[in-house]
Design a protein around this ligand. Structure first.
Ligand code: SF4
Ligand code: SF4
Length: 300
């Protein structure tokens, strides 16, 4: 049986996406978790993790000039389209932050003075939590998130779920609509977009729904902080309908989410009888039903 994958994304940051993911982590039994929000990985803060595996993640390659072999001809600097080769008192050097790893300089150097080295952008981790196995990562300072790392974490989660017959993978996706988001949703069974009714929330919702539509993934919208600017609620519903998505629920602004976070818990655990927790349980139940229906459809 193929595990179903539910990815929670947000378009813009600060909508409460991770709080929702943490609540679902407490709600759904028997699942694998992946934190694809690698730039601001904080799901582990509310899940009490015990790291069981840590390894470096190779993000690609990088050029490095051997000063002993370099004859200072300048050919590499002239060819580098990313201006990543700079001169200093000690001669030509590669600016590691600017190097895109295209290998042009390595192949062009007439004196074979440029080495092609593996580049690592951070650590990936497998952790044990009370809610299930979590795959997550921490970037090295200055390193950029890439879709490659998000895909890697999802692959790890998928393999774990397949090996152990676990039916669900829950992914806390990255914000935005860039490469990491695309890497987090391709092939997913269902997307939940957590948004808020503000001008920027609306703008980002439009963009993220266009992305979901492009990949033909069934999508639902949870409007968090729904009382912020109520004039946007109708617009968001219209926007959802236009792209074939549905608004699955609304939650008014609540300080309980940050209070739960401060306790290192999800809102479901910290305030289980609150109306917010009740709404989230209802939404999670509907999502599960819809995923089960889709799976049954696919098996016909
Ligand atoms: S092309 Fe090779 S020899 Fe010339 S400056 Fe670059 S590294 Fe040095
Ligand atoms: S690998 Fe490409 S980007 Fe990096 S320094 Fe060489 S030419 Fe520039």
């Amino acid at each position: 049986m193929q595990p179903q994958e539910l990815v929670i994304i947000s378009g813009k940051g600060g909508t409460g996406k991770t709080s929702i993911a943490a609540a679902f982590a407490d709600y759904f039994p028997n699942k694998v978790l992946a934190d694809g929000d690698v730039d601001a990985a904080d799901l582990f803060l509310v899940l009490q993790v015990t790291e069981t595996q840590i390894a470096e993640f190779q993000s690609g390659h990088i050029a490095e000039i051997d000063p002993d072999k370099c004859r200072q001809c300048g050919k590499c600097a002239a060819l580098c389209r990313f201006d990543a080769i700079v001169t200093s008192e000690s001669g030509y050097q590669v600016d590691a932050r600017a190097c895109e790893g295209c290998k042009v300089c390595v192949n062009a150097c007439p004196h074979h003075a440029i080495e092609w080295k593996e580049a690592f952008c951070g650590l990936w981790k497998e952790s044990r939590t009370a809610q299930g196995t979590l795959f997550h990562a921490s970037l090295y300072p200055g390193a950029e998130n890439s879709g490659k790392l998000v895909s890697f974490l999802r692959d790890k989660a998928r393999k774990k779920a397949m090996d152990e017959g676990i039916p669900l993978i829950l992914v806390d996706g990255p914000p935005g609509i860039g490469c990491p988001v695309i890497a987090s949703i391709t092939g997913a069974a269902r997307i939940l977009v957590v948004t808020e009714p503000t001008p920027s929330g609306y703008h980002d919702l439009e963009r993220v729904l266009a992305l979901a539509k492009h990949f033909q993934i069934p999508t639902h919208i949870l409007i968090n902080k729904a009382d912020l600017e109520t004039s946007y609620l109708k617009k968001m519903e219209d926007c959802a309908a236009k792209s074939g998505a549905t608004v699955i629920g609304q939650i008014p602004y609540s300080p309980l989410f940050s209070e739960a976070q401060q306790k290192g818990q999800s809102i479901l655990k910290a305030f289980p009888t609150s109306p917010e927790a009740e709404t989230l349980r209802t939404i999670a139940t509907i999502l599960k039903q819809k995923m089960d229906e889709s799976e049954a459809e696919g098996q016909k």
